[in-house]
Write a protein of this length. Structure first.
Length: 101
């Protein structure tokens, strides 16, 4: 079972790369809805205001976090369906850890 879980590493890495590209594209579309005439600001862009920079970073973080969670969960579920082994911590493992503490 441990070897099967180790086999998830390349799957997880591939899913992470796909997720990063997906999140980047989703953030770009989201930003274009908010500010159609401008590119997302970078922290060192002198001509941009604090609010715009912090808002862009907040939205970007939320999009990346949400996409990461979605892709990680989908990858784990797909791996479990294909192999019969859940690659992460199972619900009953958590119960045993907290009960033994």
């Amino acid at each position: 079972m441990i070897l099967v879980k180790l086999a998830y590493w390349p799957v997880g890495i591939a899913m992470g790369l796909i997720g990063a590209r997906l999140a980047g594209a989703l953030f770009d579309r989201t930003w274009k809805l908010a500010a159609p005439d401008s590119e997302p600001p970078k922290a060192k862009d002198q001509g941009r205001g604090w609010f715009e920079i912090v808002a862009a970073a907040t939205v970007k973080g939320a999009v990346f976090g949400g996409v990461k969670a979605f892709v990680d969960r989908a990858g784990a579920a797909g791996f479990a369906n294909a192999t019969g082994v859940w690659p992460g911590v199972k619900a009953d493992d958590k119960v045993r850890r907290t009960a033994g503490s």
